[in-house]
Design a protein around this ligand. Structure first.
Ligand code: URA
Ligand code: SF4
Length: 232
């Protein structure tokens, strides 16, 4: 089957009612559990990012999780594996969780955007991460809101500006509010129950990118932020 035919495999009726400009909302099943949400997200076409990516990378973790961590978007490794936080930033995060005495099996891990956005330096070469646009973050937000409603965590920890701005608005600055106890000004996330406490910290990849002299301090501050969120 040619690539063109494959892309047209969605039933015509479904295509007619869904436009990319509507974002993910038309693809999100109502009052669904995590399993149904993950399954439905596999065929999301709520923005253009699904086209070059390998697959949707949905969140992972138990529906009973009291702590939810939200990253930016899957990276190269996550795009290939289909699971969040399995690449270099994920390895750093797993080490930091262990150092913060947080059991990773009891937390829910997800991203603000569910498809990997990248460019290639040259044809066929390594894929280079690109920051998702505000439009893409907004398009993908219904999946994140649905995950929050399904899991109902007590605490949400945003890892980096993309996650924080998805939930707290485009003018939110992590540096100005790091470690502060915040609330989301949007009741759609808590319609089913409690309103989670929200914290924001840096993205683990910023620690990897930082200068080697700063790395130990940045890592220690990150572990402290994980501890604060887990204790809340
Ligand atoms: N960075 C993220 O924000 N999320 C991932 O899943 C991996 C890397
Ligand atoms: Fe849908 Fe989000 Fe992927 Fe865009 S990035 S296609 S909104 S899952």
């Amino acid at each position: 089957m040619s690539e063109k035919t494959e892309r047209r495999s969605e039933p015509p009726a479904a295509r007619a009612h869904r436009r990319e400009s509507d974002g993910a909302a038309p693809f999100v099943p109502e009052s669904a559990g995590l399993g149904q949400l993950a399954e439905a997200a596999r065929s999301c076409r709520g923005c253009g990012l699904f086209r070059p990516a390998t697959q949707t990378v949905f969140g992972a973790g138990p529906a009973t999780a009291e702590l939810m961590l939200v990253g930016e978007q899957p990276g190269d490794a996550e795009d290939l594996a289909g699971s969040p936080f399995v690449g270099p930033a994920g390895k750093l995060l797993m080490r930091a969780l262990a150092d913060a005495h947080i059991d990773r099996r009891r937390i829910y891990l997800t991203n603000a955007v569910k498809h990997f956005k990248f460019t290639r330096a040259e044809r066929g070469k390594r894929r280079i991460h690109q920051k998702p646009s505000r439009g893409e973050v907004v398009a993908c937000r219904p999946w994140l809101v649905a995950e929050i409603r399904a899991v109902q965590p007590r605490v949400l920890l945003c890892l980096g500006a993309t996650a924080a701005q998805s939930l707290l608005g485009p003018s939110f600055r992590v540096t100005a509010h790091r470690g502060e106890e915040l609330r989301i000004d949007d009741y759609s996330v808590s319609a089913a129950g409690q309103h989670p406490v929200v914290y924001a910290t840096v993205h683990p990849s910023s620690i990897l990118r930082g200068s080697p002299e700063d790395r130990d301090d940045a890592y220690a501050a990150f572990v402290a932020d994980l501890r604060t969120a887990a204790a809340a």
